[in-house]
Design a binder for this molecule. Structure first.
Ligand code: FAD
Length: 391
C-alpha cells in the first residue's frame, strides 16, 4: 500500500496536519495508538493563544471553539494575600486567549478529517519507521485486530507526542538535544469536577509556594501546586491538595474556593524543557511535543502543536503539488523560532510565580517583579507580549 503522507499520532499536531493535507487532495493515513474514545476524552490543555486560534480559523476548524470556548482577556495574580488583575488584552491590541478543552478540539478535528475523506487507524501497536532518507519511507504497524501492515509514503509526519516512536527512529547524533538544566520544582496537576471559583485564571504566589486555578468549562477546573521536582503524586491525597490550595490561594477579600471530586489521579509535571533540533530527518518531519517539551506554565504546548501541524502540511503540500521544497527546508527554523519564543514566555512566567522557598534573596526579587507588574504599564505590556506569544 502507498499513500502520500503517513501521520503518526492523532493529537492536535497530527490532526491539524492531516486535515490540511486531506483537504488538499493528498492521500493521508493517520496512525494512532489509543482508541478514538480515549483521544476524544483525554483531558489536557485548555488555554489556546491567538496564533493557534487564528490557525484553526484559517482552516475552518474553529466552529466548536467559537461556539463553546470562553474568551479570556485577563488574569489575576495573588501576592501577599492581595489580588490584582492584569488586563493583558489592552496591552496587545485586543488579542486574547480562548479556553476550549483539548479533547473537544481533538473530537472536532477527527470529525473534520473524516469528513475530508481521511483514514485513521486507531489502536495501532508496534509502529516502526524505515527508509527515512529514501524517497519512499515506510511505516509498518499492527492494526487493532492484529494484522501487520506496511505502508509506503512520500513523507512521514511524526506527531506522536513526547514519548512516541517517531523521534526515537532517528539515528543517534542526528538531532541536537538542547535540554534545560534540571529544575528544582515541578507542578502537581489536578483536575476536579467543580465549577471554577473564578472567571479568570488565578496565579497565586504564597509563602508556601505557587498555586494556580485554571478554567476548563462550567463543570471542570484545573489546579496546579508547585511541588519539589522529586515529589511523588501518591503522597498527595485529595484532602492535602485542597488544604494546600486553600492556603496558597487565600486572599484578604470575600472569596471562597469551591471543592469537588478529583477526576483523575494527580500528576507531577516536570518543569524542565527539552528541544530536539532540527525538526526533520530526511522524509520524517516532527511536529508538536514530538519535537520538544515545554512546561505547561504559560500554556503554550497545544498552541505550538496546532501551528506546527498547519506549517508542516503546507510545506509538504508545496513539495508534493508544486515540487517546491523551499517551505520544507525552512520548516524547522520557522517552527523553532516560535517555540523558543514560547519557551522564553514560559521561563519568565515560572520566574514570576514559582517561589524559591529556601532563598530569601530570590523571594525579595520576586516581590519586586510582582509589584512592578501590578503598578507599571510597561511591565504589564511586557507580560502581555510573552503571555500571548508567539504571534
Ligand atoms: P499529543 O497531544 O501528545 O498527541 C500525540 C498523539 O500520539 C497521542 O494521541 C498519542 O496517543 C499518540 N501516540 C503516541 N505514541 C504513538 C505511537 N507509537 N503510535 C501511534 N500514536 C502514538 N498546552 C496548551 O497550549 N495550553 C494548556 O492549557 C495546556 N495545559 C496542559 C495541561 C497538562 C496537565 C498537560 C500534561 C499539558 C498541557 N498542555 C497545554 C500541553 C499540551 O497538552 C501538549 O503540548 C499537546 O497535547 C501537544 O500536542 P501534540 O499533538 O504534539 O501531542
Amino acid at each position: 500500500r502507498r499513500v502520500g503522507v503517513v501521520v503518526i499520532g492523532a493529537g492536535v499536531a497530527g490532526l491539524v496536519a492531516a486535515v490540511v493535507l486531506a483537504r488538499r487532495g493528498i492521500d493521508t493515513l493517520v496512525l494512532e495508538a489509543a482508541s478514538r474514545a480515549r483521544v476524544e476524552s483525554r483531558p489536557r490543555a485548555g488555554l489556546l493563544g491567538p496564533a493557534a486560534v487564528d490557525a484553526l480559523e484559517r482552516n475552518g476548524l474553529a466552529d466548536g471553539l467559537r461556539a463553546e470556548g470562553a474568551p479570556h482577556h485577563n488574569c489575576e495574580l495573588r501576592h501577599r494575600r492581595r489580588a490584582f488583575v492584569v488586563e493583558y488584552d489592552r496591552h496587545a491590541g485586543g488579542r486574547h486567549h480562548v479556553v476550549y478543552p483539548q479533547q473537544e478540539l481533538v473530537a472536532d478535528l477527527v470529525a473534520a478529517y473524516l469528513a475530508a475523506g481521511g483514514v485513521i487507524e486507531f489502536g495501532v501497536t508496534d509502529v516502526m519507521l524505515d527508509a527515512l532518507t529514501s524517497d519512499h519511507p515506510a511505516v509498518s504497524f499492527v492494526t487493532a485486530d492484529g494484522q501487520r501492515q506496511t505502508v509506503e509514503s512520500r513523507f512521514i509526519a511524526g506527531c506522536d507526542g513526547h514519548h512516541g516512536v517517531s523521534r526515537g527512529s532517528i539515528p543517534e547524533g542526528a538531532l541536537r538535544h538542547i535540554r534545560q538544566r534540571d529544575s528544582a520544582w515541578a507542578w502537581l496537576a489536578v483536575l476536579a469536577a467543580v465549577a471554577p471559583s473564578t472567571d479568570k485564571i488565578i496565579y497565586g504566589v504564597s509563602p508556601r509556594g505557587f498555586a494556580g486555578h485554571m478554567l476548563r468549562d462550567h463543570r471542570t477546573s484545573r489546579f496546579y501546586l508547585q511541588v519539589e521536582a522529586t515529589a511523588d503524586a501518591a503522597d498527595w491525597s485529595a484532602e492535602r491538595i485542597w488544604e494546600e490550595l486553600h492556603a496558597r490561594l487565600a486572599v484578604d477579600a470575600d472569596w471562597q474556593l469551591a471543592e469537588g471530586p478529583l477526576l483523575e489521579p494527580p500528576n507531577v509535571i516536570a518543569m524542565d524543557s527539552v528541544f530536539y533540533e532540527p525538526m526533520r530527518f530526511g522524509r520524517l518531519i516532527l511536529a508538536g511535543d514530538a519535537a520538544r517539551r515545554v512546561p505547561p506554565a504559560a500554556a503554550k504546548g497545544a498552541g505550538l502543536a496546532i501551528v506546527d501541524g498547519e506549517t508542516l502540511a503546507l510545506a509538504v503540500a508545496a513539495a508534493l503539488h508544486d515540487a517546491d521544497e523551499r517551505p520544507l527546508n525552512a520548516y524547522s527554523e520557522v517552527c523553532l523560532g516560535r517555540a523558543w519564543l514560547a519557551q522564553e514566555a514560559s521561563t519568565k512566567l515560572l520566574q514570576l510565580v514559582n517561589v524559591e522557598l529556601a532563598d530569601p534573596f530570590a523571594r525579595r526579587l520576586q516581590d519586586v517583579r510582582l509589584d512592578r507588574l501590578r503598578t507599571s504599564p510597561v511591565a504589564a505590556a511586557e507580560f502581555a507580549d510573552h503571555y500571548l506569544s508567539p504571534r
